[in-house]
Design a protein around this ligand. Sequence first.
Ligand SMILES: [Zn+2]
Length: 305
Amino acid sequence: MFHKKIFFLSLNTFLFISALLLDGCGSGENHVPAFDEKLAWSLCEKATSMIPRHSGTPEAKRQAEFIARTASDFGADVEIDTFKTITPVGELEFNNVIARIQGKSEQYLIIGCHYDAKKLFTSKPFYAANDGASGVGVLLAMIKAIADAPVKPYYSLRFVFFDGEECFYEYGENDGLFGSKYYCAKLKASGDLRRCRAVIIADMVGDKDLGITLSPDTPREMSELCFAVADKLGYRKYFSWNKFNIIDDHTPFMQAGVPAIDLIDFQYGQNNFYWHTIQDTLDKMSPESLKTVGKIILKMIYTIK
Ligand SMILES: [Zn+2]
């Protein structure tokens, strides 16, 4: 009996080692953790409830604190990176939230979203449920999934919740992408950007009628990775090319030479009608869409070489 048990143990060990070898480094795509869309949805709901949360408002700050607390409870190392900058509406305080999970390598991936909402010139409530909160729900649920996973990914991870993605008037040198520009410049100045392997951004990923469109200027290795992973998961139909290049939080990193991809659904309602309007509410969204994007990014994280 005793010998038999040892035999079984050895067989298990053998199978385990074989799986590792097949995987290459033992942190590959066979170890992708499950994504909890109920959790993602409830966090998205919570993020949505804080309004108005355009940059510089007390609710934006409260949202940063909520994200930091939640990511920390889930097991990430979290910091709130506060900075001030001049904007077209005067000097404002911004708060990026950075949640780290250590992988096997000192090289890292940035998984980003923005949590600020567009400043609308209306007195009606603007929830920015898709354009802001959807990414927050997906990223926080991914942090929980990976922090709880027995096998960590090869690359270390920095989940960055950018403040100030939205511009006040028009994207340009001094308007919009405040958080990502700041963080990218900071990493560049410290030399830390050299260890950044790739950037993956999720923005507007909750639409019930999901259709992620990649920017035509997406680096080929990133679009190929995304399409290959989507194929494997049976989600290829949700991905296509956008006609025009897209400006988003991936842009500063791409300009700095880091491979970056923006997963964005830029067809939110007929003719993008719900985008940047008070129509951007949770009833247009589904947990299923959050799950699709969450699973895609998790698999990209565990697959990227
Ligand atoms: Zn927006």
